[in-house]
Design a protein around this ligand. Structure first.
Ligand SMILES: Nc1ncnc2c1ncn2[C@@H]1O[C@H](COP(=O)(O)OP(=O)(O)OP(=O)(O)O)[C@@H](O)[C@H]1O
Ligand SMILES: [Mg+2]
Length: 353
């Protein structure tokens, strides 16, 4: 409902350029078509879709694509020339915004749109707008599926399996709830795909599906490669001593593994493991994830500083966001002392300069 309201507002406000970054192109197009066809009849604007492969095609009513308008500059010249109002969705146009001719054409359209009521909607996974177009643009972000929608997606995959196999998926209710919780933070299409992976190989939803779901989700999210997914976690029996840590974790285990219906307890926030080399800090971090039964993500401070020189803050922010999407999980920040060493070195350098 929120999304519908926000997008209608943007379209009604006559912003000439709308930027939508999404991996769920189909979902966005279906959603936009719904918003456009539901809008007040007096103010109705036809909706078009463009791709480099098919050219321009009317979307709100069924019509054949026009391959004559498939070249990027051709479609822009066409939009610039039309006098009727319209909404033009350009899919994956981002590479063509490197060309100054296309940038100028989009700017022409934006300037003219104030009287003609044309809106260009750019849809890609990642769009960096040239600065001269920035002031004409609004960004729209589609919200990700909420709890209820995710549960419905998993149920629809269950039904799909049932009718394809003339049977019924063996559903463990607790595993179902955990699966729905663990699918948070990804698009509708990815949710469906991961649910299908979990169900189709054995016709069941069980707790044994959860590690593979966590791994697949991590692979979707971690495009920068600063966080790593640790496949091997340890068990209590692998760790000698550390009895207080074991007791502490055992008490908190229930909170991490409980679903939304469980008691409203605060999850554990963090642990600082401090000790000499080889005393078992890494082993304890692995055991923490193993005991709590959640995925383990390792953030190596050394890599964070070295890998993308000058982009440490952005990488740290992105890594923390990814860890948040992967929650519940254990985020293992290894060799945290390196962060202080670097910070001290940088301060010394600044002081010396
Ligand atoms: N309490 C323990 N029980 C069983 N094995 C242990 C224990 N402590 C350390 N080890 C073993 O000793 C080795 C070194 O441990 P680990 O890598 O966890 O140490 P660390 O504190 O992370 O070291 P570093 O500071 O070099 O990263 C590993 O093979 C680990 O399995
Ligand atoms: Mg270590």
């Amino acid at each position: 409902m929120h999304d519908q309201h926000d997008l209608s507002l943007i379209l009604d406000s006559r912003v000439p350029l709308v930027v939508v970054e999404t991996h769920d192109e189909d979902r966005f197009l279906t959603f936009l078509t719904g918003v456009v066809t539901a809008s007040a009849t007096g103010d109705y604007r036809p909706l078009f879709r463009w791709t480099i492969t098919d050219g321009l095609q009317r979307l709100d009513i069924e019509m054949e694509p026009q391959p004559t308008n498939s070249a990027p500059d051709q479609v822009l010249r066409h939009i610039r020339a039309v006098s009727q109002p319209g909404i033009f969705v350009l899919l994956d146009f981002h590479p063509y915004l490197q060309d100054p001719v296309n940038v100028r054409l989009v700017k022409d359209i934006a300037i003219k749109a104030e009287e003609g009521r044309q809106t260009v909607v750019l849809v890609s996974h990642d769009i960096e707008l040239p600065p001269e177009l920035d002031r004409f643009a609004a960004r729209f972000e589609m919200s990700l599926p909420g709890d209820k929608e995710r549960a419905n997606i998993v149920l629809s995959v269950v039904e799909e399996w049932n009718s394809a196999n003339r049977g019924s998926v063996n559903v463990d209710q607790r595993a179902f709830d955990l699966l729905v919780r663990n699918l948070a933070g990804i698009t509708r299409a990815d949710t469906e795909r991961l649910a299908r992976n979990a169900i189709y190989h054995d016709g069941a939803i069980s707790e044994s599906d959860l590690p593979a779901v966590a791994k697949a989700k991590y692979e979707l999210l971690n495009q920068q490669g600063v966080l790593s997914f640790e496949y091997e976690t340890a068990r209590f029996s692998d760790v000698g001593g550390l009895n207080r840590l074991k007791a502490w974790l055992e008490q908190r285990k229930r909170v991490m593994q409980s679903d939304a219906a469980g008691p409203p307890l605060d999850p554990p926030r963090g642990l600082l493991l401090l000790g000499i080399q080889g005393c078992g800090k890494s082993l304890a971090a692995k055991a923490t994830a193993g005991i709590l039964g959640v995925p383990l993500l390792r953030l190596d401070v050394g890599t964070l500083y070295n890998k993308y020189h000058g982009e440490t803050e952005r990488n740290l922010r992105e890594s923390l966001q990814q860890a948040e999407i992967m929650a519940p999980c254990v985020l293992w920040i290894d060799e945290i002392e390196k962060a202080w060493q670097r910070a001290a070195a940088m301060m010394a350098c600044h002081a010396g300069c």
